[in-house]
Design a binder for this molecule. Structure first.
Ligand code: SF4
Length: 200
């Protein structure tokens, strides 16, 4: 093959190689861009989920910020205690698992919110093996965070409530209604309730 022909073949092959390399580079860039977009979307979704349950993200390098990690939510069912519940989130904080309950419509803290959180603390103690020293209630659209201590007094208050409920369920006690115009107006059983304040 003449030198001129050899050179032409060599240059043609070189051009094909360069073109192929360019295609691979372009493909690689496209893949990288797609990966960045997907990771960004996952990060935004995770941030929204954390915001939904009122969990503040950890700030890297900020030692004043609490180190928090959310665990996947799970349903706890205790046959031993006769209790069950699924906290909106369970976070790891200072070596403890802490239940978090979100009440987006609540304007202020209610006894039933505290009782629910105390039940979660009992369940976490049984299933995770360590007593949570507190839990969090996240109230209202602004996600106001309220820390509820898991004190012996609060647990005794909860136990009294549970005992009363069990006595009523077993027929040993009678439920005492506490009607209120505002409450009765929205109550799902008002049509059948003789204590309904708003009943015509
Ligand atoms: S209608 Fe009856 S059950 Fe419902 S809130 Fe009023 S008193 Fe309670």
């Amino acid at each position: 093959m003449p030198v001129k022909e050899q050179l032409r073949t060599y240059l043609t092959k070189l051009l094909y190689d360069i073109a192929a390399t360019d295609q691979q580079v372009v493909l690689l860039i496209i893949l990288l861009v797609i990966t960045v977009i997907v990771l960004d979307a996952i990060s935004i979704f995770a941030r929204k989920q954390r915001k939904k349950v009122g969990i503040e993200p950890t700030i890297p390098g900020n030692t004043s910020a609490r180190a928090t990690n959310a665990l996947p939510p799970r349903l706890y069912v205790s046959n031993m205690q006769g209790l069950s519940g699924k906290p909106d989130a369970v976070i790891s904080e200072s070596g403890f698992l802490i239940p978090v309950e979100r009440k987006p419509l609540a304007k202020k803290i209610r006894d039933r919110h505290v009782a629910q959180l105390l039940v979660y603390m009992r369940l976490i103690e049984e299933f995770e093996g360590k007593r949570p020293p507190y839990g969090y209630l996240i109230l209202g659209p602004n996600c106001r965070r309220v820390k509820v201590l898991n004190s012996p007094e609060k647990q005794a208050w909860l136990q009294k409530m549970i005992d009363e409920m069990r006595a009523i369920y077993a027929g040993h006690a009678t439920a005492v209604p506490t009607p209120h115009p505002h409450k009765c107006k929205k109550c799902g059983v008002r049509a059948a309730c003789g204590f309904n304040i708003g009943k015509a």
